[in-house]
Each structure stands twice: as structure tokens, then as C-alpha cells.
Design a protein around this ligand. Structure first.
Ligand code: NAD
Length: 351
């Protein structure tokens, strides 16, 4: 295997692996390990070029530093991408080679699931490196992160209501949930239990029907959900849902959900700010999953109670972000980045 360093300013290490035998062509970006080893998922995608893959891995690795910093996981930020169409390139040989590549970084990068990479793939990677997280409980991992992400989002929605309305009571509040997959459906259960009025939408009719039948929630079309007059819009499906096209229709007072990269561009965060819509920045409110994984690295290994205790700090992180936002008169999305950068800079100064 050919492993080559690609120096990139602002990143501790960026490395490429090419392996003829397995066909592996992958990049790992270690953005910052001031707070701990760089943890971030492994993404497989048919990028058009290595440059495109590099842009993505750099952006994602930096995002992981910010996410872990604000969530106080004790980890740094990194990411890996494997270039290729999952239907064509996935093989045992390829994942074993990827494991050897990750192992060569000596534990400074720890991998996990991401787009097109499942637990089954990681189990193969694990055979050639120990630097794999998020495996099944029976394999000593922390298991499926989704219920933990949903718990963090639920607590974040309550905190947002507390900040915006002066009470975090959810009874009678109307929450519109876009996407009821692994995270969205667990969130809806919690919201209904807390007395909220919930409307859901999903591209998969069966998922909507299951929740309508089980919990008596209301259903909306996928194109309607974002325009519903409600207290909270909770995006739990795709990224970039707040954009030039959708923002004029938005009637929610709060945006708080699980989806990554909710804002199409950072300027859309300013639009929310100027309209007085409270935004819970995506990587702050959806950190429950990474917090849960990070507990694997606590002394003594994974303990669920410790994970829940740490997830329960998400509301405080959000309140810090909103305080910065209102004091400095900057969008919450920018305030979150500022908070993250300060946490890393302070740790660097102490080191
Ligand atoms: P999932 O695939 O289980 O669920 C996503 C759901 O969205 C699916 O049911 C899908 O049918 C639906 N959907 C797709 N397009 C839609 C549309 N246009 N309108 C409405 N619904 C649509 O994914 P998940 O694990 O529940 O994750 C949801 C979001 O949260 C993703 O953006 C993910 O990146 C983010 N996230 C998840 C976790 C986690 O722990 N799973 C952690 C952090 C962030």
C-alpha cells in the first residue's frame, strides 16, 4: 500500500492511501487532536475526483473538531473518505486494507460509521485495526447511536422552548418533524410522551402511517411540512433544507432537529437571526450520537448512564451558543463556531 502525506495548512495531518491489490483509494484528514484523538466517521462516495474527495474530507474533519469541542467529548476531529461507488468497490480486501491504513496512524484517528458505511463494514475494518468505534454492544461497542441522538435533540427542543418562550414545558407545543427514520421516530415518541402536538412527514409513507397509527400524530406532505405554522420545525431527514427556496415559507419560531448541515449556506443562518427565528445549530443539538460513542473511550469503557449524563449537557451548550448570539448580535450558527474555536484555543493555550 502506498501511503502519502498531503500537507494542508490548518490540518495536523492529511494522508492518502492507494492499494493496488484491493483497489483502495482513501483519504484521512486529522484536523485537530488538541482535545483528544480525532474521531470521525468513514464515508464512501463515488467522488468525481480526488480533489472533490479532499474538499469533502477537510470540511467534514473540521466539523468534527467543532462538534466534539462543544460537546466536551474529550476527542478531536477527523474524518475519512473512501473513493468509489459502494455497489462496485466494497469488498473484504478493501476494508482490511482500510483498517491497515487507519492503523498506520497509530490511534490519532478513530473511525466510525458514516454515509454508505455500516456496522458490517466496520467489523471487517476492526480485524486490521483497533481504532474503530461504534460497533455493536456485543462487540464491546456503544451500539446504535440514533436513540442517543434523539434524546439530545429532544432535550435541545425543550431548551429552545425555554429560551424562546420562557418555559420549557412542551405540553401543547406544536412540533413539525421532517423525516421519521431512526432519529426522527425516536424523537416523535419522546415529544408525544411530553404532551407536544406533533406533525410528521417522510418520503416513506409506511413510516408516517406507523406513527399515525401508534401515536395519533398528524401527517403532512413532504413539501408541506416546512411551511407549517408551528412552534418548532425539527429537520431530521436531509441537509440543506433551509435555503433560498424554503425560507420564505418557513413559519416556525424555532429550528431544532437532528439533520446535519441544515443551512444550505452560512448566510441562511443570518436570515434566521434577522427574522428572530431561534436556531439550535445542527452539530450542537445532534451531538448525542458522538457523545455516546465517546464514552467508549472513558476509563472503564462504555457505560450507558455516563452517556446519558453527558447528553444532558447539550441544553447548557445550546444556551451558551444563544447567549453569545444575543450578546454579540451574530447568528447562532456563527456563535457555535466561535464557541468551538474558543474551547480548542483555550485547551491549546493550556497545553
Ligand atoms: P434515516 O435514514 O434513518 O432517516 C431519514 C428519514 O428521512 C428516512 O425515513 C427518509 O425516508 C426520510 N426522508 C428522506 N427524504 C425526505 C424528504 N425530502 N422529506 C421528508 N423525509 C425524507 O436517518 P437518521 O439516522 O434518522 O438521521 C436523520 C438525520 O440526522 C440525517 O441528516 C443524519 O445525518 C442526522 N444525524 C443522525 C445521527 C444518528 O445518530 N443517526 C447523528 C447525527 C446526525
Amino acid at each position: 500500500m502506498e501511503i502519502t502525506d498531503l500537507p494542508v495548512a490548518g490540518y495536523e495531518r492529511v494522508v492518502r492511501a492507494k492499494d493496488k491489490e484491493s483497489g483502495l483509494h482513501a483519504l484521512v484528514a486529522i484536523h485537530d487532536t488538541t482535545l483528544g484523538p480525532a474521531l470521525g466517521g468513514m464515508r464512501m462516495w463515488p467522488y468525481g475526483s480526488e480533489d472533490e474527495a479532499l474538499t469533502d474530507v477537510l470540511r467534514l474533519a473540521r466539523g468534527m473538531t467543532f462538534k466534539s469541542a462543544v460537546a466536551h467529548t474529550g476527542l478531536g476531529g477527523g474524518k475519512s473518505v473512501v473513493i468509489g461507488d459502494p455497489r462496485a468497490v466494497k469488498s473484504e480486501k478493501l476494508f482490511l486494507a482500510m483498517g491497515r491504513f487507519i492503523d498506520s496512524l497509530g490511534g490519532r484517528y478513530i473511525t466510525a460509521e458514516d454515509v454508505n458505511i455500516g456496522i458490517g463494514d466496520l467489523e471487517v475494518v476492526r480485524r486490521s485495526t483497533r481504532w474503530v468505534s461504534g460497533l455493536a454492544r456485543e462487540d464491546g461497542g456503544s451500539g446504535n447511536p440514533s436513540p442517543y441522538t434523539a434524546y439530545g435533540v429532544f432535550l435541545g427542543i425543550r431548551a429552545a422552548c425555554g429560551w424562546h418562550f420562557g418555559t420549557d414545558e412542551l405540553r401543547g407545543r406544536h412540533v413539525a418533524v421532517q423525516g421519521v427514520g431512526a432519529v426522527g421516530s425516536a424523537l416523535v415518541e419522546r415529544l408525544v410522551k411530553a404532551g407536544a402536538r406533533v406533525t410528521v412527514a417522510d418520503a416513506r409513507e409506511d413510516r408516517v402511517k406507523a406513527l399515525v397509527d401508534k401515536l395519533g400524530v398528524a401527517a403532512a406532505g413532504v413539501d408541506e411540512i416546512i411551511g407549517i405554522a408551528c412552534d418548532v420545525f425539527a429537520p431530521c431527514a436531509l441537509g440543506a433544507v433551509l435555503n433560498d427556496k424554503t425560507l420564505p415559507n418557513l413559519r416556525a419560531k424555532i429550528i431544532a432537529g437532528a439533520a446535519n448541515n441544515v443551512l444550505h449556506e452560512s448566510r441562511h443562518g443570518r436570515v434566521l437571526f434577522e427574522r428572530g427565528v431561534l436556531y439550535a445549530p445542527d452539530y450542537v443539538i445532534n451531538a448525542g450520537g458522538i457523545v455516546n460513542v465517546a464514552v467508549e473511550f472513558a476509563p472503564g469503557g462504555y457505560v450507558e448512564a455516563e452517556s446519558l449524563r453527558r447528553i444532558e449537557r447539550i441544553p447548557e451548550a445550546l444556551r451558551q451558543v444563544w447567549s453569545i448570539s444575543s450578546e454579540e448580535k451574530i447568528p447562532a450558527s456563527d456563535a457555535a463556531d466561535r464557541l468551538a474555536m474558543n474551547i480548542v484555543a483555550e485547551a491549546k493555550a493550556r497545553a
